[in-house]
Design a protein around this ligand. Structure first.
Ligand code: GLN
Length: 492
């Protein structure tokens, strides 16, 4: 069986209808990973034993002739910031290079409970800090569309495996764009749900008030299916919401006639690449053709989003990362003579440059003399950014923007300039600060053949509308962006 065109739906159907077995699928995926992943670097750890056990379980269900759970037999990958029981979990950091998690993250447990097969853990920027995957403590990931370019970050590995076809779908975390930006760079669909929609239990914390869990897939339907299986209240995460989980798939394919789509002027200004602009404007045209009303809007505090994000994210990170002291988790430097020296040497050897930079920035912003000037101020601006969205959503049903200012950049292009790297997140951090849902969908390719993504924001918990709009774009742009989305079987 050719595994390249498999989607969540078609993989499950193939197992259900006995065109293949889950075990044969796992064989085929590991064969492809063994042959091709070394050139991409997307996987950090493979969990063959766990994958084959789960495949045997799914095959036994199929043999009994039972109806199969929604993700039965679907081979997926997990960003290495989610704990996986008995499987190495590193967060892309040397300080956790030997850490075997004693429990599963809720998202992992729910996906496996729905029949998905976990092939392995994907590479990422260290503690999810980065936009290019070059901050991984192990090795960078290469973009499957052009190996001289980055896949985006921090969930670069999870986007790359879906683009390369070494997993059918995957999950990532998004603190400032880390699902949507790599999805755009790799030409796949990536969804960051509403804050509280998916439990963060077992997600290694970067910035707790900004961290979100979400899926990557080849199609909008695939992310809708993945989200349904992960979402919902979890008593183990007090910030997970007590909001019923809709059947997202039912909304994908519904007409969008009469929907009002806001287009914020601030997202189309200076710094936006001409080809990205053209592709996103073409997607907006398609929405107009499908009967949407296009409404120019303003989100006027957008220019403050990047500094606000980097104050809040680093402040929370400096606190969350204090736990890596060589005592409780992971690697410990052996040559410290005192406790303080052991802490220092462990953190010095175990943490990378970007992580150290952020711990220092965040500690500074939270220190007694500067708290009001930086952290408190940033929290106030965060409220203004939220208000921008509240006001906009009083008049529109969804908002459409580019996902990134440019297509994927070259490896090494921004590594010497952290500020230039931070600016790659300019269109994505706002949704994390406000907690609203956002998806990136492929909408075209640059002249060099690099994928371009369009981003769709929605109201709190209105993932159904976000997915509905995304599906129209995906379908209309399939010829130029993603041929898989055009086939009636997966496109609806
Ligand atoms: N690129 C952003 C950062 O470096 C966002 C990362 C993320 O979403 N995890 O913080």
């Amino acid at each position: 069986m050719n595994i390249d065109p498999l989607t969540v739906e078609s993989a499950r159907t193939a197992v259900l209808e006995k065109q293949t077995t889950a075990t044969a699928l796992v064989d085929a995926f590991y064969e492809k990973i063994d042959a091709e992943d070394a050139a991409i670097g997307a996987y950090l750890t493979l969990c063959r034993e766990r994958a084959y056990l789960q495949a045997a379980y799914v095959d036994a269900l199929a043999d009994k002739g039972d109806d199969l759970p929604p993700l039965a037999g679907v081979p997926i990958a997990i960003k290495d910031v989610f704990t996986t029981r008995g499987v190495r979990t590193t967060a892309g950091s040397k300080i956790l290079a030997n850490f075997i998690a004693p429990y599963d993250a809720t998202a992992v447990q729910r996906l496996e409970g729905a029949g998905a097969i976990i092939l392995g853990k994907t590479n990422c920027d260290e503690f999810a800090m980065g936009s290019s995957n070059e901050n991984s403590g192990f090795h960078p990931v290469r973009n499957p569309h052009d190996r001289s370019r980055v896949p985006g970050g921090s969930s670069g590995g999870s986007a790359a495996v879906v683009a390369a076809g070494t997993a059918v779908a995957s999950i990532g975390s998004d603190t400032g764009g880390s699902i949507r930006q790599p999805a755009a760079f790799c030409g796949v669909v990536g969804l960051k749900p509403t804050y509280g929609r998916v439990s963060r239990y077992g997600l290694i914390a970067f910035a707790s008030s900004l961290d979100h869990v979400g899926p990557f897939g080849k199609t909008v339907k695939d992310v809708a299916l993945m989200l349904r299986c992960m979402a919902g209240r979890d008593p183990l995460d007090s910030t997970s919401a007590e909001v019923p989980v809709p059947n997202y798939l039912e909304h994908v394919g519904r007409p969008v006639t009469g929907l009002k789509i806001g287009v914020p002027v601030e997202y189309f200004g200076e710094g936006l690449d001409a080809q990205v602009r053209a592709a996103v404007e073409a997607a907006i045209q398609e929405l107009a053709k499908a009967g949407c009303e296009i409404v120019p809007i303003s989100l006027r505090h957008t220019e403050y989003a990047i500094p606000t994000y980097y104050v809040i994210a680093t402040a929370e990170a400096s606190s969350n990362l204090a736990r890596y002291d060589g005592v409780r988790y992971g690697v410990r430097a052996s040559d410290g003579k005192t406790l303080a020296e052991m802490y220092r040497r462990t953190r010095d050897a175990g943490l990378g440059t970007e992580v150290k930079r952020r711990i220092m920035l965040g500690t500074y912003a939270l220190s007694a003399g500067y708290y009001d000037a930086y952290y408190l101020k940033a929290q106030r601006v965060r409220s203004l950014l939220e208000r921008d969205f509240d006001q906009a959503f009083a008049n529109v049903d969804a908002i459409v923007t580019p996902t990134t200012p440019t297509p994927a950049f070259k490896l090494g292009e921004k590594t010497d300039d952290p500020l230039a790297m931070y600016l790659a997140d300019i269109y994505t951090v706002t949704a994390n600060l406000a907690g609203i849902p956002g998806v990136s969908v492929p909408c075209g390719k640059s002249k060099e053949g690099l994928p371009i993504g369009v981003q769709i924001f929605g109201k709190y918990f209105d993932e159904p509308t976000v997915l509905r709009v995304a599906h129209v774009v995906e379908h209309a742009m399939a010829d130029v962006a993603n041929p898989l989305a055009a086939s009636p079987k997966v496109g609806g």
